[in-house]
Design a binder for this molecule. Structure first.
Ligand code: HEM
Length: 509
């Protein structure tokens, strides 16, 4: 008995010694430079209403890899192509996770979608499902007819409004929402006004509110995420908004799932026809690596519809903001369209290799207005080292895509909108060129690249091909505001009012 006590005391003493030795022998970590943090808030006081711009200015003082504290948590900011490459390529496996923020919990079904899922088996499975069931090239080609029908609806709708002032943003959002809803769930499940049709559960206005709110709340700096003891108070009211949004989302997606389930049961020889059907089929598969839950399915439907709506519509909106400031670019685009397509037909997806100038306009729009100005946060799952600096496990990382596109080492006259810089060179936008990352790069890069580009290209080209555009009243090109509203995606603060007139043969509209 006495001997065992001696052993325990000796053991504890040894453990204490090892702990003390570790404490004092721990080599001092070399952390990246950054502003000195305040107690409690860290550096949160340095973020303005446009965090990408605040961080861009800070990077000019502290360098292209800086370490800040948001509350008590370390946050790494990568602001140059070299540092973006370190995070998204060289050390991609370490940084491919997401931090556990309130948005992932309340509006992405407790991280069970793809966008907010941490790196691992669940994320891999969700990505595979989306890539196989909707986003693979064969599937996308077979669904081209939906994109063509919806594009024609948009054009006819605009034609009917010829000569009257419109907000292009409203029409673009409706068009992308209808298109992606049909691609993912066959029907739109929405109407212009609430009506009595049982298959209509939500108005477009409501659905658009859901996506706008989702993108804003997914990008906000929520104090409770960074100063955990404050999360109880929800001082900014964001968590309250997230919960309300989560409830609305669940009502809608549950309805969509139940409706698909009912059709599977009642229709004899039911043939799965969309991504929702495919997921329901997989949910019954006992051999699936990880069970596909209702939450996961709702999260994935949302990822696809949200990912395909706001992104494409807002890219086109930014392009038009820029073009109406420079009518000579519109003239050049018309010239290319008239020469290549002619005035007797619309532009099709297969025409795109013949339209390098329109492509250059789109790339230049992505450079100056990357939709995700700060790429959604990545998160380190191990300690690592970048260019001599120690980065602790559990660090949140933002790559500042807005800074990359303005880096003077890579871009001449970086602040100016000059599509010609993309002519006769093949600058990649799919993640190989780290000075231009509209779709990010590495494991987390956007899985919707092909679909997004198909919609952006044909819509941009046909809006330019089909209409002459001008500003309303006495608004001058120089009056167009390029101010932004920040969220997970960045929008123009003041959408412009436009008037259009048809420029093709009238029977085409
Ligand atoms: C112009 C169109 C689009 C742009 C500019 C865009 C941009 C991006 C960016 C920057 C990311 C973040 C990658 C990262 O975290 O590093 C992303 C992720 C994502 N995008 Fe897109 N996107 C577009 C269209 C689409 C479409 C059409 C879909 C689906 C139908 C989609 C679905 C997603 C999803 C699910 C993710 C999360 C991926 C993950 O976390 O693994 N996107 N997108």
């Amino acid at each position: 008995m006495e001997i065992s006590w001696v052993f325990i005391v000796f053991g504890e003493w040894l453990l204490a010694l090892v702990f003390l030795l570790k404490l004092f022998n721990h080599p001092k970590r070399k952390l990246p430079p950054g502003p000195k943090p305040w107690p409690i808030i860290g550096n949160l006081n340095l973020l303005g209403s446009l965090p990408h711009e605040s961080l861009h200015h800070l990077s000019q003082k502290y360098g292209d890899l800086m370490l800040l504290k948001f509350g008590s948590k370390p946050v790494l900011i990568a602001s140059s192509p070299e540092m973006a490459k370190e995070i998204l390529k060289t050390q991609d496996t370490i940084f491919a996770s997401r931090p556990p923020l309130a948005a992932g919990k309340y509006i992405s079904y407790n991280y069970s979608d793809m966008t907010w899922a941490s790196y691992g088996a669940h994320w891999r499975q969700t990505r595979k499902i989306c890539l196989t069931e909707l986003l693979n090239p064969r599937k996308l080609n077979s669904l081209e007819y939906i994109r063509v029908e919806e594009r024609q609806t948009l054009i006819s709708r605009l034609f009917a409004l010829s000569g009257k002032p419109i907000l292009l943003k409203d029409h673009l959002t409706l068009f992308t929402l209808r298109t992606i809803n049909r691609l993912v769930m066959s029907e739109t499940y929405c109407s212009d006004q609430s009506n009595s049709d049982a298959s209509i559960v939500v108005t477009y206005e409501r659905l658009q509110w859901m996506f706008d709110e989702w993108f804003i709340l997914s990008g906000v700096i929520n104090l409770g995420d960074w100063i955990p003891w404050l999360s109880w108070f929800d001082l900014q009211g964001y968590v309250k908004r997230m919960k309300a949004l989560g409830k609305n989302m669940t009502e809608f997606y549950k309805y969509v799932l139940e409706d698909h389930k009912a059709k599977r049961k009642t229709e004899e020889h039911y043939i799965p026809k969309d991504m929702v059907d495919a997921m329901l089929h997989l949910a019954d598969d006992p051999n699936l690596e990880i069970k596909l839950t209702t939450d996961s399915m709702m999260g994935l439907i949302h990822d696809m519809v949200g990912g395909g709506t706001d992104t494409t519509a807002t890219t086109i909106e930014w392009a038009f903001q820029e073009l109406l400031r420079r009518p000579n670019i519109i003239d050049k685009a018309h010239h290319e369209l008239d020469r290549t397509i002619g005035k007797e037909r619309w532009v099709e997806e297969e025409d795109f290799s013949q339209l390098p100038y329109i492509d250059a306009i789109i790339k230049e729009t992505f450079r100056l207005h990357p939709l995700c100005a700060l790429l959604p946060p990545h998160y380190s799952i191990e300690d690592c080292n970048i260019v001599g600096y120690d980065i602790p496990k559990g660090t949140t990382v933002f790559v500042n895509a807005w800074s990359l596109g303005r880096n003077p080492k890579y871009w001449d006259r970086a602040e100016e909108f000059i599509p010609e810089r993309f002519i006769e060179n093949n600058i990649d936008i799919k993640g190989q060129n780290f000075a231009l990352l509209p779709f990010s790069s590495g494991r987390r890069r956007c899985p919707g690249y092909s679909l997004g580009m198909k919609v952006v290209r044909t819509t941009m080209a046909n809006l330019l091909h089909g209409f002459n555009w001008k500003l309303t009243g006495d608004t001058k090109p120089e009056d167009i505001s390029m101010e932004e509203i920040y969220g997970l995606t960045v929008h123009p603060k003041k959408p412009i009012s436009l008037i259009m007139e048809p420029r093709l043969l009238l029977h085409l509209y």
